[in-house]
Design a binder for this molecule. Structure first.
Ligand code: PLP
Length: 460
């Protein structure tokens, strides 16, 4: 396969053994400081995305991943996934256009938004993106009118009550009691229903959620078949965890999914099965480093112990240059709890809080935590910042988005791009003024390891 490298040429290949992310961040901080830059930045480990994709293929070989672009529409991520053969779940004209510009064929896209703007459906029709979801009558009428040849996928509402990070069932999905009525309407309109989809909820906390939902999808499938639709596609949606500290692992979910598929959609059935992973692919790949731009020390009342006497302790308020109006919008929209890590030799920990850079009191990243004492100009970093972060970040108050840098283990890179034997080169950053270091081999690796020895994490 021949590839176009312009999008991914920003990725810095690093020889094995790959240093850990805290080392890479520290190295970048050193580089920023050497040229007097204090801007927030993000390091994206493309090797992590490649590893996730490989693991998906290995553990759920029957399910084709269609990456949910909404989760993180970073072009380097999209291009890498596209080059590995992923499909894409797009929610809008903008996402369809972005993915198609990267050379992805319309057949590898599902327009997985049950409530679509008319002009977006026209756009999908024009470019041949014919697979799309629906969960209500008005949508059927709309699609019949604009794109009668669309391949429609009924999105059902999983009714089992399970713990999830973000509910989606309050907004989307056809309740089981409405499935027959909605399919009868589809019959009356003579549209082409060919699949069933569901989404158990983003960041699901119980693997069994998938077993219940696959069973429910099978029930809807049977009704559709009975009504004469030629059913060929099952879409198991997203919800798969993307970071190591999630309540369940991807492996646990894969086991449950495979078992349920074997019962309800066995491999001999000829059913095509896709999934729409978002956070699974990207959550752990991105680490965000922020600079402390201001600091305030206040006295905080601490409730008394046995003596009943209240004491007061100093508490440090740190203001950093990304916040809830930027990458940390995940705190509000995704119910995330990012934890700061700092580079410090000090064993002492103090009451602290971490705030974003805007003038809004809501812009708080961490209302209470223990940190070593830090100064203005020092850095903190946050792991697992790849999912639902920068995708919904604004520049409210004129605050810039972080700069992006990309790294990848050379061996993993070569798995995807074996024919790409371009000479080692300086890597360009995504921002116009930033300068990216050259290849890290021998001596650079050593200095990274030395730097790592001075790194401690407040959360450890
Ligand atoms: N598919 C659809 C239709 C979604 O709405 C979402 C997230 O909102 C996803 C997939 C991705 O979900 P997750 O990131 O939990 O995998």
């Amino acid at each position: 396969m021949k590839h176009n490298y312009s999008t991914i040429s920003v990725v810095q290949k690093i020889a094995s053994p790959m240093p850990c992310m805290s080392q890479l961040v520290q190295d970048k901080i050193d580089e920023f400081e050497s040229r007097g830059s204090e801007d927030a930045f993000c390091v994206g480990d493309i090797g992590d995305v490649i590893t996730k994709f490989n693991k998906w293929k290995e553990l759920m070989p029957r399910v084709e991943p269609f990456y949910a672009v909404k989760c993180n529409s970073d072009n380097v991520v999209l291009k890498t996934l596209a080059d590995m053969g992923a499909g894409f779940d797009c929610a809008s004209k903008g996402e369809i256009s972005q993915v198609m510009k990267l050379g992805v064929d319309a057949s590898r896209i599902i327009y997985a938004n049950p409530c679509k703007q008319k002009s977006f459906v026209k756009y999908a029709a024009k470019y041949g993106v014919d697979m799309m979801t629906f969960d209500n009558e008005a949508e059927l009428v709309k699609v019949k009118d604009i794109f009668p040849d669309a391949k429609l996928v009924l999105r059902i509402l999983p009714v089992a009550q399970v713990k999830v990070q973000c509910q989606l069932g309050n907004k989307f999905g056809c309740h089981p009691s409405n499935v027959r009525r909605l399919l009868l309407k589809a019959k009356e309109l003579d549209v082409n229903v060919m699949g069933v989809s569901f989404h158990v909820g983003s960041g699901v906390g119980e693997a069994q959620a998938f077993a219940y939902a696959v069973k429910q999808a099978h029930e809807a499938w049977e009704i559709a078949t009975e009504l004469g639709f030629k059913m060929t596609l099952l879409d198991i949606g997203g919800g798969f965890p993307g970071q190591a500290n999630a309540p369940i692992t991807f492996t646990e979910i894969a086991t449950v999914v495979n078992e349920a598929l074997d019962v309800y959609f066995p491999s001999g059935s000829g059913v095509r099965i896709i999934g729409e992973p978002g956070r699974y692919m990207v959550a752990s790949a991105f680490t965000l480093a922020v600079n402390i731009i201001a600091k305030r020390t206040v006295v905080k009342e601490v409730a008394g112990t046995d003596s009943g006497v209240n004491t007061s302790e100093p508490s440090h308020m740190y203001y950093v240059n990304d916040g809830v109006y930027g990458s940390f919008n995940c705190i509000i929209y995704d119910h995330a709890h990012p934890e700061p890590r700092v580079i410090s030799d000090s064993p002492d920990r103090f009451n602290s809080s971490v705030w974003g850079p805007t003038c809004d009191g809501l812009d708080c990243i961490m209302p209470e935590c223990k940190l070593p004492e830090m100064d203005v100009g020092q850095w903190m970093y946050f792991a697992d910042m790849g999912a639902y972060t920068v995708a919904a970040g604004s520049t409210f108050n004129g605050m810039p988005r972080p700069q992006f840098f990309y790294v990848c283990n050379e061996d993993l890179w070569n798995q995807v791009y074996p024919e790409h034997t371009a000479p080692k080169r300086r890597c360009e950053s995504m921002s116009a003024d930033a300068d990216f270091p050259h290849f890290m081999t021998g001596p650079d690796m050593k200095s990274l390891r030395e730097a790592a020895n001075s790194i401690s994490c407040c959360t450890e």
